[in-house]
Design a protein around this ligand. Structure first.
Ligand SMILES: *[C@@H]1O[C@H](CO)[C@@H](O)[C@H](O)[C@H]1NC(C)=O
Ligand SMILES: *[C@@H]1O[C@H](CO)[C@@H](O)[C@H](O)[C@H]1NC(C)=O
Length: 378
């Protein structure tokens, strides 16, 4: 029996299927018209003269052809806007050598119409000024990455930033942001990386910072923050790097900080911190960088070092430490940069490998230290 002749409808069906596929592909690429308008308004508020960062922003295909823009393929809504002044792609490094871009202007409120954005990165342009539109917090509820570092942004952190419940990365470093850190920041339950370094922030560190259970880096150095280090930071079990240096913090170092299981670096230099050094900090096996320089830390240095102590940097200089240099420090596996200068230490330096290669200047200006590089005790 001959196989049945194909029904005359079959080619038509195939054609129809093909048309559906093609139109699906086209709609995947099509940029939402309202998002395109918003992008053009954002572009109109910014200016970049040398690299032509925005030269691809023409025509209607903002999802496929516009530099720095990408979309959700199923909805055609803009999901990422990523423009970095320091990058090594074809636009930013036309001769294969990365250039350092400069962009001026301000961040238009129109950015808040891109209400499906999951990342907004306008970083290292040096000259973008003006405030962060406060509607960023209230309108961009899908935001996971907000990175506006390396500009000249002024004004305050939007008060309601805490409602951005999906935020994992919040980086405003190296701007001119003033005002205080909103308490609402402690509601950012997904936050992993907080960088507000090198701004003009005043006021205290929110007491509930310890609510940010996912936080692994908290960089708040080089501001004008005052008040104590909240005890709650000791409950941040994933905290690896804490930088609070060059502020005006007072009070003592919370004991709880030393029990951080993954704490790797702790920078508290140039504050007004007083009280003693918690033994738990020096006993913490993972801590490789501890800088307490230029504070008013007093008491003795706890004699708790072990063969598991491994410090790239141990800078306790310019404090009011008394007593002797702990004997146990000689048992440390490695101490790269040790600075105990400008304290009130006294007595002979311990003998042992870590002390064989140390410089006299790292012990300078103490009460009555001697031995090792300082010469014989009399
Ligand atoms: C932080 O946690 C404390 C309890 O540990 C709770 O009372 C407070 O409401 C929380 N704050 C925020 C902003 O989530
Ligand atoms: C420790 O911190 C102080 C103040 O921030 C800084 O001046 C110093 O260079 C730091 N020490 C080391 C070894 O990095």
């Amino acid at each position: 029996m001959a196989s049945p002749a194909p029904s005359p409808a079959a080619p038509l069906l195939a054609l129809a299927t093909f048309a559906v596929l093609v139109s699906a592909a086209a709609s995947a690429a099509a940029c939402s018209a309202t998002d395109r308008e918003a992008l053009l308004a954002i572009r109109a508020a910014l200016s970049e003269a040398h690299l032509g960062v925005f030269s691809s922003w023409t025509g209607t295909e903002c999802c496929t052809n516009w530099y720095g823009v990408s979309c959700d393929p199923t909805t055609g809504r803009v999901a990422d806007l990523t423009l970095r002044g320091e990058a090594d792609d074809a636009v930013m490094a036309p001769d294969g050598r990365p250039t350092s871009g400069v962009m001026s202007g301000y961040i238009s409120d129109a950015v808040c119409r891109l209400d499906r954005l999951s990342s907004l990165i306008l970083a290292d342009w040096k000259q973008i000024s003006g405030p962060i539109p406060s509607c960023v917090a209230t309108s961009l509820s899908y935001l996971s990455i907000l990175e506006l570092s390396g500009n000249r942004l002024t004004g305050e952190i939007p008060q309601s930033v805490g409602i951005l419940s999906r935020l994992t990365m919040f980086n405003l470093a190296d701007n001119l942001i003033s005002g205080s850190i909103p308490c609402s920041i402690s509601s950012l339950a997904s936050l992993r990386h907080l960088d507000l370094s090198n701004n003009q922030l005043t006021g205290g560190i929110p007491a509930n910072l310890g609510n940010l259970t996912m936080l692994s880096r908290a960089l708040l150095g080089r501001n004008r923050l005052s008040g104590p280090i909240p005890t709650s930071v000791g409950s941040l079990t994933r905290l690896a790097d804490l930088d609070l240096s060059e502020n005006q913090l007072t009070g003592s170092i919370p004991d709880s900080l030393g029990s951080g299981h993954v704490l790797t670096s702790l920078y508290l230099g140039s504050n007004r911190i007083s009280g003693g050094i918690p033994a738990s900090l020096l006993q913490n096996k993972g801590l490789g960088i501890l800088n307490l320089s230029r504070n008013a830390v007093d008491g003795t240095i706890p004699d708790v070092f072990t063969s598991q102590s491994y410090f790239m940097v141990l800078d306790l200089s310019r404090n009011q430490l008394t007593g002797t240099v702990p004997r146990s420090l000689a048992s440390a596996t490695y101490v790269g940069h040790l600075d105990l200068s400008h304290n009130r230490l006294c007595g002979s330096l311990p003998a042992g490998p870590p002390f064989d290669h140390l410089d006299a200047e790292w012990f300078a200006s103490n009460s009555c230290l001697c031995g090792g590089p300082l010469g014989k005790c009399t």
